[in-house]
Every structure is written in structure tokens, then in C-alpha cells.
Design a protein. Structure first.
Length: 316
């Protein structure tokens, strides 16, 4: 048996640990592994390299992905996917492990429909895949966000100032929500619990009224123009406010122990599934158990996330 592995979409800390686990577990079970460079682009352009155990030694602790990653518009077209299928046939790949986020999974599902055996591992800092409690990379990024906010808090506290902090997450508020829950912020606005400018201003004004002049307002990206929000608050409250977009610092760094272990367990599960001839499954973790769900059921469990938000918002 020969399997392929690729990382796709935005990179996430822990992707390397997942690659390592898949390679080690496959080789342990007598399976050959081909690494596909640059995600789906590499599948179309035949960028395949054999991976042996020594290729993945020591990579768990490194951020990014040794296989590189890419966004591949060509793969969105049927023609591109057909080319990818030809490559898989040419290299006699019996099964494919796709590590990526929501978009990569949609691509994986389409590839599966062409008859390819595919298993998906959730690798995204956004944690926006509702079927799993955690995606690989989220924990590391959450810790990075908290570290950055702690630094901002030091200077905010000295100057008695408020800062708006914009975090990543694409259209998912988990990074913002969990950062606030972990003590990083006083006011939070996410796509799931969106506050308008007026409400943010009222909350801030209340805090200032109680003598809390240094506040952190955490917002998820893509919701507002951060400078517009800053200007609005400054004008309404007649104070000076700072704003910081954390940006790509959030995607880098050595993965946390949690992400490495999670990636390791998920990688082993992916190989186990391929050996059982399973296909069209996404690996995840729910209630501390490694699970796998069918591609088709992925959209039916978004309710879980909303329930979690309803519960957690009481803690804010
Ligand atoms: P992520 O996987 O991190 O969400 P993207 O959304 O950019 O990142 O998706 C990564 C890649 O997956 C895209 O560049 C494209 O090649 C493929 N992809 C995304 N959505 C689809 C889709 N609907 N159909 C086919 N392929 C897709
Ligand atoms: O999906 C991961 C992510 O970092 C999102 O949080 C962010 O919106 C997006 O990728 C940024 O994408 P790009 O690397 O294309 O700028």
C-alpha cells in the first residue's frame, strides 16, 4: 500500500507533528508514504517526494509545514481535480491524507467523489470546523494571542489606556472568545456574538465609569474596520485609544504540547482508517476522544458550537 499526504490552505502549528505521525505510523505498518508539496497545487504539478522515517525526525516541535502549503484556485475547477486524479494514479497512491481547514476539506470531498480514498485531518488556527472540539494549531495560536495581549496589557496599564486587538479566525470567533475567557479581554465581539459600535462604546464607557481605564477589546477579523471603530470610540468618549492587528504572528511558532499530542493521535487515526479501507472521513476530537465523521455529516453539527457559545458567554 502507498499513501500520499499534503497540507493545504493556511498553515497551522502542529501540521508537522501530524505529518510525522502519519509517516511513522504508516511505515510501522509497512505502508509507503509520498509527501505532496504545496497542497493541491503539488498534486496538479506532480510535486511528490518519498518520505522515510528520518525525513520526519525532529519536526514535531517546528511551526509551519515541511511540505509547504498553498491556496490552489485551479483545484476549484473540475479540470484541475482531474489532473490531480491523474497524478494520484500515475504515482499509484492508494489513499490520501489531507491536512487543512474548511476549504481544503471541501476539496477533499470533491476528490473523494472522483473515487480517491481520502481522510481529512483538521489543521487550522481558526478552529472553525464544528464537528471537532479542537483543530490542530488552535491551542498554539490561542497561547500566542494571550502572550501578545499580556504584553499590550502591561503598557495599557501603565498608560491607563484601552486597546482594540484584532485576532484571526476568518469567520469563526473561537480565538477571540477563548482569549477573553482565558483572561485576555474585557469586551469581546465575534461573528457569533457581534456587538455594534454603540454597544461596544456603552460597555467601555461603563468600565471607565467604574475606574477601569485600561481595557482590552478583542474583535475577530473581517467584522469591522478597526480604525473606524477606534475613531468612533475616541470621538464618543473623548479619550485616546490604541488598536493592534495581531496578524501573522498568530500563525507561527513552535506548536504547544497539546497540539503536538493531538496531531500525533489524529495522524495515527488517519493511517488506521486507510488501512481499514475507510474513505471520506474527517478525524476530530470530541469529549476527549479521537473520532471520525463522514464528510456528509460535517454540516449537521454546527449547533454544537452555538450551544457552547451560549454557555460560555456567561463567563465573560
Ligand atoms: P483552508 O483549508 O485553510 O480553509 P482555503 O479555504 O484557502 O484554506 O482552501 C485551501 C484550498 O482548498 C483552496 O486553495 C482550493 O485549492 C481548495 N478548495 C477550497 N474550497 C474548495 C471547493 N469548494 N472545491 C474544491 N476545492 C476547494
Ligand atoms: O485560515 C487561517 C487564516 O490565518 C485565517 O485566520 C485568515 O483569515 C487567513 O488564513 C489569512 O489568509 P492568507 O494567508 O491567505 O492571508
Amino acid at each position: 500500500m502507498k499513501i500520499g499526504i499534503l497540507t493545504s490552505g493556511g498553515d497551522a502549528p502542529g501540521m508537522n507533528a501530524a505529518i510525522r505521525a502519519v509517516v511513522k505510523s504508516a511505515i510501522h505498518n509497512g505502508i509507503e508514504v509520498m509527501g505532496i508539496k504545496h497542497g493541491y497545487k503539488g498534486l496538479i504539478n506532480e510535486e511528490l517526494v518519498p518520505l522515510v522515517s528520518s525525513d520526519v525526525d525532529g519536526i514535531s516541535e517546528k511551526g509551519g509545514t515541511i511540505l509547504k502549503t498553498a491556496r490552489c484556485p485551479e483545484f476549484m475547477e473540475e479540470q484541475g481535480r482531474k489532473k490531480a486524479l491523474e497524478t494520484l494514479k500515475k504515482f499509484e497512491i492508494d489513499g490520501l491524507v489531507v491536512i487543512g481547514g474548511d476549504g481544503s476539506f471541501q476539496g477533499a470531498e470533491k476528490l473523494e467523489k472522483l473515487g480517491v480514498k481520502v481522510i481529512g485531518l483538521p489543521g487550522t488556527i481558526d478552529n472553525d470546523l464544528a464537528y471537532t472540539d479542537y483543530c490542530i494549531g488552535f491551542d498554539t495560536t490561542l497561547n500566542t494571542v494571550l502572550e501578545c495581549i499580556a504584553k499590550i496589557k502591561d503598557t495599557d496599564s501603565s498608560h491607563e489606556k484601552t486597546t482594540i486587538v484584532e485576532v484571526m479566525g476568518r469567520y469563526c470567533g473561537d480565538l477571540a472568545l477563548y482569549s477573553a475567557l482565558a483572561g485576555g479581554g474585557e469586551i469581546i465581539s465575534t461573528p457569533e456574538m457581534k456587538l455594534d459600535f454603540h454597544t461596544i462604546c456603552t460597555k467601555l464607557s461603563e468600565n471607565i465609569g467604574k475606574g477601569k481605564n485600561d481595557n482590552i477589546i478583542i474583535i475577530t477579523e473581517r467584522m469591522y474596520d478597526i480604525e473606524e471603530l477606534q475613531k468612533y470610540l475616541e470621538e464618543k468618549l473623548n479619550i485616546s485609544i490604541r488598536s493592534t492587528v495581531l496578524g501573522f504572528v498568530q500563525r507561527g511558532g513552535n506548536p504547544s504540547a497539546f497540539d503536538r499530542v493531538l496531531a500525533g493521535k489524529m495522524g495515527i487515526k488517519a493511517v488506521e482508517l486507510l488501512m481499514k479501507d475507510s474513505s471520506g472521513r474527517f478525524v476530530g476530537i470530541r469529549d476527549n476522544k479521537i473520532i471520525d465523521v463522514d464528510f456528509s455529516s460535517i454540516n449537521n453539527i454546527n449547533d454544537n458550537k452555538q450551544k457552547e457559545y451560549d454557555l460560555l458567554k456567561e463567563l465573560l
